[in-house]
Design a protein around this ligand. Sequence first.
Ligand SMILES: Nc1ncnc2c1ncn2[C@@H]1O[C@H](COP(=O)(O)OP(=O)(O)OP(=O)(O)O)[C@@H](O)[C@H]1O
Length: 449
Amino acid sequence: MSDQRTLLVVEDDEGLQRQLKWAYEDYEVVIASDRKKAMDAVRLHEPDVVTLDLGLPPDPDGTSEGFAALEEILAAKPDTKVIVASGHGARESALRAIAGGAYDFYQKPVDIDQLGLIVARAFQLHDLEEENRRLARREANTELGGIVTASETMQKVCRMIERVADTDVSVMLLGASGTGKELLAKGLHESSGRADAPFVAINCAAIPENLLESELFGYEKGAFTGAAKTTEGKIEMAQGGTLFLDEVGDIPLPLQVKLLRFLQERVIERIGGRRQIPVDVRIVCATHQDLETMIADGSFREDLWYRVAEVVVRIPALAERPGDPVLLAHHFMRKFSSEMNRKLKGFEPGALSAIETWSWPGNVRELENRVKRSVIMADGNFIGAQDLDLSEDHNEMPLNLRQAREAADRQAIEVALARTDKNITSTAKLLGISRPTLYDLLKQYEIEV
Ligand SMILES: Nc1ncnc2c1ncn2[C@@H]1O[C@H](COP(=O)(O)OP(=O)(O)OP(=O)(O)O)[C@@H](O)[C@H]1O
């Protein structure tokens, strides 16, 4: 008995109640004779399919109780398939019921066989929709802000961010480059009460030190040579919303003082300006650097740390999220295939094992880039390890010396970026070149940081 599906019959006519109860041997038929009893039964039995007579007491000749019941059932359990009984000539109410979310209707007097078919189809459709929902949930595995993950640690990170989203506490996201810090910061913003206001991100490491102050605080016309017109800084642009300071560890000390003052007083002065402008922003920061060591050696202010890190969230590297590389590879393959109009079906087994075993020093960004390139490169329907550039075979002859040099440059830059977690100053140092030269090369090779 227990594995039978429950069919809720909402009907006040006792004769019909009996008839319907015995007609459906395949289901456990639960009867309710008015709206209140119907709702009690919905809560108790959670039926997937309900047949509903619109004429219920205390309005057995009208439809008011029936429509109210329909609304309440769908509000309580939106996936319920409600089949509405329409009295003689009451086609209009039947159509109104469909418009109100009912699945189907049947004409009274009841034709048991016909109703039986409608009920069976309703159960089938319900199951199909449920299966689709389940697949979509598993398929997408998407968390806050479009984070794709199957990893428990990462899901905990998302839960934690959701929990603090609606408060105004400052959040510090700690994690290596490409682990999804910006995506999480955006997710936090979108789940917060500030979602309708701007989300403004600034990568403090990507902006030359001398420009960072004006980027953050803005400037008045004529404040310095080249200040042709008054310009708002990123802090002001984020008014009412969220300011995301990426690579906050790269902010030079004098600017840290200025930022701290803003966080204490919540007013800014543009460079060259005298007016104090109140700004209400929520601060989210991120860094791949070890700020505790920086605080100890005096290169990051402790008082600023306490302002910007009321809640600290540590984001695991991709290699520490079992299952995620393959899950994300599929996600990016679908995304890029549809963007580029390519009909790829998946990955070759060799590619999947290469994805699983690769150490992913550049984390999700590296995976995203490799899959993007592979979607362009793949010859057939499936992506191979070579398309991902994850195969051992690197013996191909370059076209000419220039191409060989370019490839070597590019590889050296990418390795240095990965090793320094994309810190521009350290990358330039590691490569023995100046910051401006590195910027030129990044531009020339179209390497994103
Ligand atoms: N879990 C994820 N699901 C889907 N896409 C992701 C996920 N994590 C990261 N991405 C994508 O990977 C790329 C890199 O992520 P993001 O820019 O958020 O990383 P980051 O940690 O802020 O990097 P950086 O420190 O270098 O700025 C983005 O295109 C982002 O959309």
